[in-house]
Ligand binder design. Structure first.
Ligand code: 6CS
Length: 316
């Protein structure tokens, strides 16, 4: 069979690299073929998700940034400063999280999806047209966020005017001044040339970009045990590969940006400058419990337990 797999990024971006590895593994270990559909070939993130739910696609990569309306619990990834900045710790969390492996899958099943994996795509940074060192600097800044209610809350708490938009509209909206800022990991800022339409990059350490890969549930349930194993093994191999692939990627991407645009500023906020942003975490977390669905509390508690485990094992 030919299995169709769509994702939200280009072939040579992180989701594309993951998908290529998944394809390679499936094709090496079965008679199936995987056909890849990068961003733009089948529509926006919301479109490919619908196609995966309806079974037109067998696999989809959609980030929780867009899954919030469908699975409100997935908004937990937008509580600021919840995920650790440390790479080792972060990877351990994603590798072993019980929230991801046991609590999230039934929520995806309710939407007709088999959750295969979640993985990090790098430290999220702001790129803006004016410099940002405090929430005051975001006053009146229309800041693009993914279409996720909790992310909107978070940027409101940061002092900005959050503007949810699908990805395809972001470059143009910055160019025409409809928005004045957006956030993304460094590799994506570089590859999509966000630096052409913004002048300042701010690292406030508030998040890491999480994404998720799923299969259509009916399709997955209909596979033989052998094929299910092929899919699971390919997911695991691609997961290991993508963490490895990203070693050093943030700094390399920032260096490329600096080379392409020498007068861009790249500012890492000090602890003191971060404090007012960190102070919003409590209220955003409370909001998550309000709007994060029935399992919000259970997910948050388990995430925190998983993060503590990751902190312990990475340190020791
Ligand atoms: O900001 C976005 O919408 C996009 N950012 C990344 C890193 N991947 C896909 C997503 O659509």
């Amino acid at each position: 069979d030919t299995w169709r797999y769509a994702f939200e990024e280009a072939m040579e971006e992180v989701q594309g690299k993951y998908a290529q590895k998944f394809k390679e593994e499936v094709e090496a270990n079965s008679d199936h073929e995987v056909q890849l559909f990068p961003f733009g070939t089948l529509g926006e993130s919301a479109d490919i998700m619908e196609q995966a739910q309806s079974g037109i696609l067998q696999f989809v990569d959609q980030s929780p940034g867009f899954t919030g309306a469908l699975i409100p619990e997935a908004q937990v990834f937008f509580v600021p400063y919840l995920l650790p900045a440390d790479g080792e710790e972060l990877n351990t969390f994603f590798r072993e999280s019980k929230a991801i492996k046991e609590l999230f899958p039934p929520l995806y099943v309710e939407q007709g999806l088999e959750l295969l994996t979640m993985f990090p795509e790098g430290e999220v940074m702001m790129t803006t047209q004016n410099a940002v060192t405090s929430p005051e600097d975001l006053n009146e800044v229309k800041f693009r966020v993914m279409t996720n209610p909790l992310l909107v809350e978070s940027y409101q708490a940061f002092g900005a005017t959050p503007t949810p938009l699908p990805w395809g509209e972001v470059y143009g909206a910055l160019q025409t001044g409809i928005i004045q800022g957006q956030e993304n990991p460094a590799f994506f800022i570089e590859s999509t040339k966000m630096y052409e339409v913004t002048d300042h990059i701010t690292r406030l350490g508030h998040n890491n970009f999480t994404t998720a890969v799923m299969a259509n549930k009916e399709f997955y349930d209909g596979l033989s045990d052998e094929d299910k194993e092929v899919v699971q093994n390919a997911s695991q191999a691609a997961f290991d590969y993508i963490l490895e692939y990203q070693q050093g990627l943030t700094e390399e991407s920032l260096a490329k940006i600096k080379e392409a645009k020498p007068d861009i500023t790249i500012t890492t906020l000090t602890e003191e400058q971060r404090q007012p942003f960190m102070d919003t975490a409590e209220s955003v977390e409370a909001e998550y419990l309000e709007i994060g669905g029935e399992q919000a509390q259970a997910i948050l508690d388990q995430m925190k337990a998983d993060l503590e485990m990751a902190a312990g094992s990475a340190g020791g």
